[in-house]
Structures are given as C-alpha cells and as structure tokens.
Design a protein. Structure first.
Length: 789
C-alpha cells in the first residue's frame, strides 16, 4: 500500500533505527528525490554501510520504516525491489566461473521472465552498461580473475544494467585509480541527471563527495550530525570534529576543497578584505514569539564584539510599537538599536529595513528604510512584501560590507505555514543570506520538546538542513536534571543542543507588547502608574525606573487600578485618537482628571502629551480623519499631519513649575517621532480657543510654560513632552523621583540609579557573561566557519 505520494521523493525513511545486535543510529529521516545524489560521509564504523544495507533490505530495520516510491519496503518481495532499486556493496558476493559480461547481464533478470533468456534489447543494454563503466575490455574474462578496481566497475555496470530508479552504492570509487575514479563519478552524475535516477552512496573521499553531491549526510557518534548542501556541511571546523582531527597538522593531506570554503576572519580585520564584500552570518530563529530571540541575538552580538570582531545586527522586518530615530533622522525598531549597542555600533536603519507599527488589530503603518510609505491592511501587505526583497538585500549587503559577522534575528516562528509563502523574515531570509540558523525554544512556557521537535518536523528538508543547533532558553532549576532532555532533543531532532540558558532576570529593551512587565500589579513604596493603551508604543521610556528596588511600574487598563500613584504617565501610542476614545470608554480619562485635580503628577509623552490637550484634529485622515476632544488638562491643541517628525534631541528642561521646578535647566537627550504639531490654543495654528471642547477648570494658557522645541507644555503638576527618552540622561530620573518622593513625604533611595546608557552597558556585559557560561560559543563560531585562535 502506498502511504506517501509526494512526487519530490522516491526514497524516504520515517524514524528509522539501524544496527545489528543493538541500536546504532535512531530517528533517521532521509529524503531522496529523483535525479539527486545523496552522499553519506563519516569515520569508519560510524554506520554508513549499515544504513545502506538497511535501505536495501539486506539488513532488517530495528525500528521505523523505509519507503520506496511511497511503499513500505518491508512488504515488498525481492523482485519488486529489484525493479526499482539496484545495489553495489563493497562486500558483494564474487560469483565464480562467470564472465564479467554474464555478471553484468544479471542486472536484466528482473525483466527476463522465468527462464532468464536475454532478448536483443537486453543484450544492447548490457553492452551499453559495459561501455559506460569502462568494463568492455574485461567482459570476456572471469570475474574472480580480475582486480578489485575492475570488479568495482563491473558491479556498477550490473547495477546500471538493471535500469533502476534508485541506485545504492557503497564506496563506488574504492580500489580505482584516478582515471577510472573520474570515469565512475562522471557516470554516476550522468545517470542521475539524464535518467533521473536517485543515488544514495557512501564515500570516504571528501573531495569527490563535495563536488558531486546534491545533499551530504554526515554521520558520527551514533547520530546524523549534519544534513545539507556541500557548502553547508563542508566547513573545516565541523569536518575536523567529525573525523576527530581537531588541532592536528593535516598538511600531508594537501589542501582540500572543504578547506578552501573556510572563512577564517582574523580579529579586527574586515571580512571583505579577505573574502570580498560580505560577512559571516548566524541567524537566531525561535519556536514562537517571546522565545528569547532578541536576547540571544543581543548576547551573541556583545560576545563577538568583545572577541574583537566587527559585528552588526540585522532583522529584515520588525513588527513593533517601540521605535527609535537614528542620527540619519530615520525610524527603526528598538530591538535592533539595543543589539547595535551590544555590537558597540551606532544604530543604522539598514539594520532593520522594514518596520511595521500596528495601528489596529489588522493594519499597520509600513516603514521602509526608515520612512513611512503608508498604512496597509494585513492582506494588502502580504501581497506587497515581495516587492521589498531588493530593499532587504540592499540593506544586508550594506551591512555585509562593514562587518565581519552579522547576527540576524528572525520573527515569530519559521513554521507559520499559512504565512510561509514569500517569507522574508525567517527561512526565506536565511536562504537569501546563506546563514546558519540556531533555533531557540522557551522552556519556561512549557512544551519545549513539542516546540523544538515540532518546528523541525514542519520545516522543509532544505530548511531543516540550515538549523545547525538548538538552544533551550529560560530554564529554571537544576540544569543537571535536564541531561536526559538534551539527549532526547538530540536523538529526536537530529540536531546538537548548543546549550541550556538559565532564566536571567535582566532589563533589556522589549521589542513589542508581549512584555512580561504588563502583568506586574504589586505596588511598592514609590509607585508609577502607566496607562496601558491598546496601541502603546515606546514604553521603553520607563525602563530607567526599573533600577530602583523600592519602585513599582504598573501598567493599567482599568480605572479601578489607578489608585493614588506617585506619578501617572500617559505613554506614547501609535493611534492617538483611537486610544483616546478607548480611554473615555474605559473611564480612564475621568480617573486621570480626578488624580490631577488632587495635585498628582501627570506626565504625557508624545501621544500621551497630545491627549492631555484640548483637542486633536485630523484633517488629512492620518488616523481617523475626525476632530476629537482631549482630556483638557493642558491648554494646547494638536493638528495631525502626514509628514512625520523624526529627529534626535539634545536640549534642556524649560522653566517648569510645580513639583519638578528644581529640574529646570537639566540637560535631556532623546528623540521625537510623531505625526502632528502641537501649540497653545489661540496661538500659531489655531484661530479659535477651545471650540466644542471644554477645558478642565483653571486650564489657563497664561499659567502654562510652553516650549515649541519638543519639551512641550507644563501647567502646575501636569507635564507634556514629545521627547522619548527624556528620563534617560544621567541624573534626570533620580532627581525626578527624589523631588516627587519628598513632596509626598517619602524617602526613596536612588543612589543606585545610573544613566540609561551606562546601566544598559552593564546589562549587555552581564548577558554576554551569562551566555558564555552556558552556550558552546566555539561551536557557534564553527557554524559560521570561523576558527578561533
């Protein structure tokens, strides 16, 4: 019975276990397509011949199945097998008193009927096989009187004479001199290409294996260690480990092609100086969103930089609400900014050429090379994204010309099967950049075996071959208890585990709204309450506060949870009008007003600043196209415009009043990134005062400190600003906390607080130290073809 009708494979195995008296190799998944040559390599005794004997049925499988054209071979008789598969094994029987022509003619017997009589057509096929293999000259000699090399050619002629669909060869070039070895290899390649014969063979000689094979399977230590194209398998560091010759002088063997492909980049030297434009790439993919890709990528960036390499991060497409403005005045995702700093590089937009900023549940603003190109629904973008491939390639090539190593981060999962078509972020990008891939699973969420093995199982064979190692992330407890888990993953996944990473409580900038911080509910001595908008953005503005043990940062979406915090913050949002209406529906606007009337400190940043004003007009339809009333705590109004403000900012706090008056003149740094222009009502943009929008009592412009440069507006204890990162400069956040704590009769220790940059640098070094202790860094270098001194 046929169990598999896939046209792209003629021979395949399913969870195959091989061996004689005990299991030698388990979990073998082999796929061989018509016209393709699959070559087994590995040291003596690794199991190459045992696997070939099991594929042919000469040796019974100890588990699993072998399928020939979709049929379970265990249910096929010898004649059925012989019509589709021919075999040449090194220890084949040596028939006595038979001429070489008679031996070759045996290949026709599956077709000659019960009396074994050859027809003229059969005789012609025998003649052709003898000529093709260079065996015609010995055709009349007895088979047991010729040399081993000549016997090898005759046995190949017999296999060809059989006209198989699958050809199994065990060391077909053994005993052959250089001339006949070349002839045999050319013959194998010819019948594969011309007749679409699938070839599975073992070879000890690595040079021909590299040159003739479509797929190489490396076997060692009881495992399939690597499967892929010759370029993927033949890396010097891997080949040395496979054959146990690490550190040995191999000059007597002469240079091999597998050494020519090695790209050893000396510390501090640009890769392009040695190998032309380009860099070695390692890609971090995850089993799901939140598996820890960004953290692993960041840690590797810092490790490679510490080791003296020129490193750059890359993520082709990032969907995130946290963004940043570069010195070029262009917008990119915060995760790649953080990774660039781990690399000790200035963030460049080519590190994240495509940024998607969700505007609602099914649409996003599309930003290409740092510039918005418009808002798109999901289906529209899915059709559009293939046009972005040249932009992605150009961005990557730019980075590749300036770095030794590029650390690429994938997105979500590589096996979202409904989204894989025209993929530009996971395996599609890995293929484009020829990157080795590490797959990260999150054990903290549970189901890490299903995550990793399931992902591997759903990948296509060529994609699976790109996975060079697995990482188990966020492990809690005694790692020694997971030793069996590692063995299970390696046995079932056929991929080495590069390490188990213990859970690390470290403050890194989050990529999107999947952050664990949003679940925090505990109030501490000093409490900061942040309104959690549905489209919240750039909540990294609050990162600096997390240094203080006695301080809590809570994100709330219910007015009952606001309470009486020490600071109430309205953060940035990707949809100011939409999130303002949401606030009103939730009753959060009333909670903010009530808190402000009681003298509380309210800070609005970017979209939050716009909401604190009197009204927001959208004449160009940037968001909703409507005019909506703001909360009315500040006497300003905003007009949305299509041109987005994107600029870095260095300046000083203006003459603020209220609790924060003593901060006047402090230097602040950050960036602006917003649609809309905000000004005092009745000035500049606005002819009328409040229109239909009613201000909160006492919101008098004459009492307002207003600065048009982005630092915004202040009235009493209400502060609005367009500056993201306004708290990050050294000394700003401690002063802010100390002033408010004193006002509320509290004593909060802020002596441990540092500027965001310095504190982040410590975190990056801590992360690198953590990963060095639990990952096989030398093996990861080896995946990129880099041999460390």
């Amino acid at each position: 019975m046929r169990t598999d009708m896939q046209p792209d494979r003629i021979l395949h195995t399913d969870d195959l276990t091989i061996g004689y008296d005990s299991d030698l190799i388990s979990g073998i998944e082999l796929n061989v397509a018509p016209g393709r040559i699959v070559t087994l390599i590995g040291p003596n005794g690794s199991g190459k011949s045992t696997l070939l004997r099991t594929l042919t049925g000469q040796l019974e499988a100890r588990g699993g199945c072998v399928y020939l054209d979709g049929r379970d071979m265990s249910g096929m008789n010898v004649l059925d097998r012989a019509r589709d598969m021919s075999v040449v094994m090194t220890s084949s029987v040596r028939p006595r008193m038979m001429t070489c022509r008679e031996v070759v003619a045996m290949g026709r017997y599956p077709y000659t009927g019960r009396f074994g009589k050859l027809r003229k057509a059969d005789e012609k096929i025998v003649d052709h096989a003898l000529e093709l293999t260079g065996s015609a000259e010995v055709s009349d000699r007895f088979f047991d009187r010729i040399s081993d090399g000549q016997r090898q050619r005759v046995m190949l002629a017999r296999a060809i004479c059989q006209q198989p669909r699958v050809l199994i060869l065990d060391e077909p070039t053994s005993y052959l001199d250089i001339r006949y070895r070349l002839d045999i290899l050319n013959t194998i390649r010819t019948i594969a290409d011309r007749d679409s014969v699938a070839v599975v063979m073992s070879l000890h000689e690595l040079e021909p294996a590299m040159r003739i094979s479509d797929t190489v399977v490396a076997i060692g230590d009881g495992h399939i260690l690597r499967t892929g194209t010759p370029q993927e398998v033949f890396e010097e560091s891997f080949i040395r480990r496979l054959y146990g010759i690490e550190g040995r002088d191999i000059s007597l063997l002469g240079p091999g092609p597998w050494m020519e492909g090695e790209r050893t980049v000396p510390v501090g030297q640009d890769a392009s100086d040695i190998h032309g434009t380009g860099a070695r790439a390692i890609m971090i993919q995850g089993t799901m969103s939140g598996a820890g890709k960004s953290m692993i990528a960041a840690g590797l960036c810092r490790i490679f930089a510490q080791d003296g390499y020129s490193v750059a991060p890359f993520k082709s497409q990032n969907m995130a609400l946290n963004s940043y403005v570069t010195s070029e005045g262009l917008e990119m995702g915060r995760a790649q900014v953080m990774q660039a700093r781990c690399c000790k590089r200035e963030p460049l937009v080519c590190m994240n050429p495509i940024l998607l900023k969700p505007t609602d549940d099914s649409g996003s603003q599309v930003i290409v090379n740092g510039i918005p190109v418009g808002n798109m629904r999901a289906a529209e973008y899915f059709r559009y994204k293939q046009q972005l491939v040249p932009e992605i390639q150009a961005a990557y090539d730019k980075l590749a010309g300036m770095a030794d190593i590029i650390v690429i981060e994938g997105a979500g999962s590589p096996v979202e099967l409904n989204l894989k078509k025209n993929d530009i972020v996971n395996m599609g990008l890995a293929r484009m950049t020829d990157a080795a891939v590490l797959l990260v699973g999150d054990i903290d969420r549970g189901g890490v075996f299903a995550q990793l093995i399931g992902t591997l199982d759903l990948l296509e064979p060529d994609e699976r071959a790109r996975i060079k190692g697995l990482i188990v992330n966020k492990f809690r407890g005694d790692i020694g208890l997971f030793k069996d888990g590692i063995e299970i993953l390696e046995k079932k996944g056929h991929k080495p585990v590069m390490g188990v990473v213990p859970y690390l409580d470290i403050r890194l900038e989050d990529e999107d709204s999947l952050s664990d911080r949003f679940s925090a509910r505990t109030k501490r001595d000093f409490d900061i309450c942040v309104i959690r908008f549905p489209r919240i953005s750039n909540f990294t503005d609050m990162d600096v506060f997390e240094q203080v043990p006695d301080l809590s940062v809570r994100y709330v979406d219910d007015p009952d949870d606001v309470g009486d915090p020490d600071i109430l913050i309205l953060p940035g949002t990707k949809n100011t009008g939409g999130d303002l209406e949401w606030m009103k529906q939730q009753g959060l606007d009333a909670a903010v007003i009530s808190y402000a009337r009681a003298g509380g400190v309210v800070i609005g940043i970017c979209g939050g600043y716009q909401m604190l004003g009197m009204r927001i007009s959208d004449p160009d339809g940037v968001e909703s196209g409507a005019t909506v009333c703001g909360i009315g705590l500040l006497p300003v109004a905003t007009v949305m415009n299509r041109e987005k403000t994107r600029t870095e900012y260095i300046g000083y706090i203006p003459a603020w009043k209220g609790v924060l008056e003593d901060m006047n003149g402090m230097q602040v740094t950050g960036y602006e990134i917003h649609n809309g222009v905000t000004a005092l009502v009745g000035r500049e943009l606005f002819d009328t005062e409040y229109g239909d929008c009613v201000p909160v009592p006492d919101a008098d412009p004459s009492e307002c400190v207003y600065a048009p440069d982005g630092t915004g507006c202040n009235r009493g204890n209400i502060y609005g600003t367009y500056i993201h990162g306004i708290f990050d400069e050294e000394g700003v956040a401690p002063r802010l906390i100390s002033l408010i704590a004193a006002h509320r009769g509290k004593n909060i220790d802020v002596s441990m607080m540092r500027g965001h940059f310095d504190e982040s640098e410590d975190m990056y070094d801590k992360l690198a130290e953590h990963l060095r202790a639990c990952l096989d860094i030398d093996a990861i270098y080896g995946m990129m073809g880099i041999v460390r001194p």
